[in-house]
Ligand binder design. Structure first.
Ligand code: GDP
Ligand code: GDP
Length: 473
């Protein structure tokens, strides 16, 4: 999981009506094979985001397929509303049409709407498998999109031309070997050195931004209402009533918590399939604005593939995570479906197996409806928010390092590195620089071993830990 590719890489989007070949183009561009092409119920395994490498640069690609409704009655009023979240973060848009069909009015409407975004727009006229079909592609000039590239996603024709054009307008981050990027040094940083344990008072002005993320129907709005003590109406899905991001600020244990984009949490998708995809896009968006994510899981469904996808994004984003299993009331002794009552330990075991990478995240079992354990949610959020901003001094770190027996790391001889010293370069998330004898990527079992040792010694509950390696010579 490359951080550069996920955090800082520019994003571009594929947009188009169903069946024009978006999935095929996505696979071609990302070099991945999505197991599912088309809108099958197995959509949860579908990938919406992928990395595209071209001429030494990496960009993120988002496929809005399935987010844009194929119901023509919904075009054009509803269409951008749904895709907007995905398009917001995009620096450029590739509209895909089927070059073997006639130009149709929904394409014209879509092109017009996409032009309104003001973002660089490219038209990929797909399914131009042979030169003979090229003339047909030119009909699509009538859409008024200057940058037209006839392509064949299936055969790979002209894909390079398309990428040349798109990559020319994307802005790539400067990659500097010497700087440690990514983890945000927060404004109040100066006051946060060295002392892991602080009193409430010192934290007071620090606001923690919280995102509630999860699949449709896991109970995000219900939890939000329970936490904020309000029960506002769900944002109407009628066109034109969408509000922009609305945050809700609450106080808990003397701390300020800002729940980000509560409008987005309450907004409901059109169909189940669309809502499912949209929930992944929303999760990514909400993570960007958050310090701590509450990853909500539905106890009645167990951990699903979509939960794992969303959890994966949370992990990669560097945010802290609290896993909250909701609707626990439905699986306890009062169960109405005839199944035996669920066991917390077994549930947690299964959850940990599926969400291995989130092993640092605490797990809570709640009922947002009857209020069971609700108070623990905010307590835990505050606790992990503090852990996330904790700083270990270089002195402490080196004393710790001396005590570790690296023989136990189980790393192949050829992958062994010697650590001369180690320092925490950033908080949120805690990021450590290892000064080593060799300039190699850490072997994963070495990294895991070191991470476990650091957690045993210093905690950092709920937060991922990032490492950077610097060869010292
Ligand atoms: P999506 O609904 O826009 O994601 O479209 P898909 O990627 O699922 O493609 C729809 C159909 O068009 C599939 O049967 C693909 O095999 C086919 N298709 C996609 N790209 C091409 C292409 O370049 N040439 C031809 N001949 N067929 C294509
Ligand atoms: P969202 O789509 O994630 O925002 O989910 P909602 O908050 O709209 O909840 C979906 C459904 O699950 C609603 O019918 C809720 O009443 C129900 N629900 C949410 N939390 C709980 C819970 O803890 N227990 C039970 N029994 N039902 C819940």
């Amino acid at each position: 999981m490359s951080k550069a590719a996920n955090g800082d890489a520019p994003v571009f989007a594929i947009v188009g009506r169903p069946n024009v070949g978006k999935s095929t183009l996505f696979n071609r561009l990302t070099g991945s094979r999505r197991s599912i092409v088309g809108d099958e119920p197995g959509i949860t395994r579908d990938r919406i985001y992928g990395n595209v490498e071209w001429n030494g640069h990496i960009a993120r690609l988002v496929d809005t397929g399935g987010i844009i409704p194929d119901d023509e009655a919904l075009i054009p009023t509803e269409i951008l509303r749904q895709a907007r979240v995905a398009l917001e973060e995009a620096q450029a848009i590739v509209m895909v049409v089927d070059g073997r069909t006639e130009l149709a009015s929904p394409d014209i409407d879509l092109a017009r709407l996409l032009q309104k975004t003001g973002k660089p727009l490219f038209l990929a006229v797909n399914k131009i498998d042979t030169e003979a079909l090229d003339a047909g592609a030119q009909n699509f000039r009538r859409l008024g999109i200057k940058n037209l590239v006839p392509v064949s996603s299936e055969h790979g024709h002209n894909i390079g031309d398309l990428l040349d054009e798109v990559f020319a307008v994307l802005t790539f981050p400067e990659v500097s070997e010497e700087t440690v990027e990514a983890p945000e040094e927060e404004p109040a940083e100066g006051a946060e050195k060295d002392t892991p344990h602080r009193t409430h008072g010192e934290f007071q002005q620090h606001e923690t931004r919280v995102a509630i993320i999860g699949r449709p129907n896991v109970g995000k709005s219900t939890l939000l209402n329970a936490l904020t003590g309000s029960s506002r109406a769900i944002v109407s899905p009628i066109a034109g009533t969408t509000r922009d991001a609305v945050d809700e600020v609450i106080e808990h244990a003397g701390q300020q918590l800002r729940i980000v984009d509560t409008a987005g949490i309450r907004r409901k998708g059109k169909t189940h399939l669309m809502a499912e995809k949209l929930s992944v896009v929303m999760a990514r968006k909400h993570l960007e604005a958050a310090d701590v994510a509450i990853l909500l899981i539905d106890a009645t469904e167990g951990v699903t593939a979509s939960d794992a996808t969303i959890g994966g994004y949370a992990h990669e984003s560097g945010r802290s995570v609290v896993i909250v299993v909701n609707k626990w009331d439905l699986v306890t002794s009062k169960r109405t479906d005839g199944k035996p009552p669920a066991d917390r330990a077994i549930f947690e075991q299964q959850l940990r197996n599926t969400l291995k990478y989130l092993n640092y995240a605490p797990v809570l079992f709640i009922s947002a409806v009857d209020g069971t354990n609700i108070h623990r949610v905010l307590d835990t959020v505050i606790r992990v928010a503090a852990e996330r901003r904790k700083r270990v001094s270089t002195g402490q770190m080196n004393r710790f390092l001396e005590r570790i027996d690296f023989q136990r790391a189980g790393v192949p001889m050829s992958k062994k590195v010697r650590i001369f010293y180690m320092t925490q370069a950033a908080v949120a998330p805690p990021t450590f620089i290892l000064f080593t004898n060799r300039d190699v990527k850490l072997h994963f079992s070495f990294e895991r071993f070191l991470e476990n040792q650091i957690r045993q010694a210093f905690g950092f509950e709920g937060s991922p830990i990032w490492f950077k390696v610097r060869a010292r010579n």
